[in-house]
Structure formats: structure tokens, C-alpha cells
Ligand binder design. Sequence first.
Ligand code: GUN
Length: 294
Amino acid sequence: MTAQIIDGKAIAAQIREEIRADVARMQQTYGKVPGLAAVLVGDRKDSQTYVRMKKKACAEVGIASFGYDLPADIGQDELRRLVEELNANPDVHGILVQLPLPSHIDEETILGAISIEKDVDGFHPLNIGRLSMKRREPLFVPCTPKGCIELIERSGFTIEGKRAVVLGRSNIVGLPAAMLLLHKNATVTICHSRTRNLPSIVREAEILVAAVGRAEMVRGDWVRPGAVVIDVGVNAVDDPNDPRGYRLVGDVAFDEVKEVAAAITPVPGGVGPMTIAMLLRNTTDAAMRALGMK
Ligand code: GUN
């Protein structure tokens, strides 16, 4: 059996069309568009690329974006004051502080300073806390895990009752992905670097979310036949045949696993485009809420 390749680009494009329609309706009815503030600290190339892609995606659906590029040595108090200014700015409906922050800045302090109504990344401790509890609704769900769930459901797979395994326990992906799968009534196991007998646990998964950041770690014989495999990893590996000298691969050995799984996301073109689509969705939801449209 060869797996269905889940086309994240196509699903994200469909979601962006839904967002574009909401933004147009907002503009017609209220004369306003959603606004996203994107805060980048320091000069990490990967973070610069992500923020540039996010701002471009905003422009394509009619969301206004406001960029703040700050030096790596900015003080924590100065950064917190900027967040507070953005909290008070009525044209800004969503605030994104790109992670990771430089080590002299306490991430929790900065993320906790973002107004929860504008926390479109869903990283505020209150939003994460609500996500982690039964019958509590976070205002926003983190973008990458939300994108993983959308990929599964929009590809026609049900989550309820399934055995789900999440590889990785990061605050940005693994942990919230496990919570979302649990809310969808999957039976969830979270694996991490200290997990023993990893391949045998992964082999139980009917739904597998891999988010560990290790190139092609999940092999074909780790995967249960018929599983749905969502690969969040983005790892650069040397490739002398590629003009850039490297290529991007996921946490899953795609060529092996596609022969076993029912469905699999490619890297690139799987989860990546969904993360950005979900950020646009959350920003538009924030603006709709602020205007009383939701
Ligand atoms: N760094 C890696 N992923 C993300 C993300 O989704 N949002 C932010 N703000 N930073 C990140």
C-alpha cells in the first residue's frame, strides 16, 4: 500500500480563502481589517525567514502586519513595554513574539505580558492552562498543533477513540498537540528522549505526530500499517546534489513510511503551510471578537 500524501499547501490555500472572505466582510461592514504585530528579537536566520513568511501571508489575505525588528541585546523591560504598547493599540488584534528569545530574556515573562485577547500564538500561560484542562476553552490554540488537527480532519480521518502517539513534548508543539488530541477523544501517549522501547510504542499509533527535530528518526518498521502520520520536523541535512548544499527532511523517513502508512504529510509542504494559515485564522478570529462579529 502507498499512503495518501496529505497536501498541506492545498489545505492551507483553502483555509486562506475562508480567511480572505472573513477579512473582506469585516472591511465592508466595519471599515477595518485585522492587524498582526510581529516582534522579532535578534538576527537568527530561521526566525527572520519565518517572520517574513508570516508577514507576506498576512498581506495576501488582507491582514495588516506591523513588524518590529529589535536588536539581540534589547533589555527585557524594554521588550515588555513594547508588548504593553501593542496591547493598548486598537489596530493590533494579534501579537506574535517569535521564539526562541535570546537567553537573557525570560520567555515566560514576555509571553505572559501579552494580552490574552491578542495572544494569537496561544502561548500565554492562561491559554495553555485552559487548553490543558477539561471543559475550559482557550481563546487561542497554538498554530502548529492546531494545523496538525486540521490536516487530519480535513483529510477525512476521525480522531475519536484512536490510539495517538506524540513524539516530543515541547511547549510549542508536542504538549499542546497531545492536549488537542485528548480533547478530540483520542487515547494519547507522549514520548520523549527518555522513553524506553520507543519503536514499539510508536508502532501502536493509529495517529502519529512526530515533533522531535531529529532527521528521519521514525523508520518504516516503527509505523503501524494504516496509520496517519503527521510530520512536524524540519531538519536540514547535507546534500551535495542540491544547489543549496542541503535539503529539508522531516522527523519521519518519508520514503519508507509512505509504504506502510494510510496517509502522511510531506516535508516541506505538509505542516509548515498550515502553521501560517492557523496564525492568519487566529488573528482574524481576534479581530472578529474585538468587533463583536463572533
Ligand atoms: N518558533 C517556532 N515556532 C513558532 C511559532 O509557532 N510561533 C512563534 N512565535 N515562534 C515560533
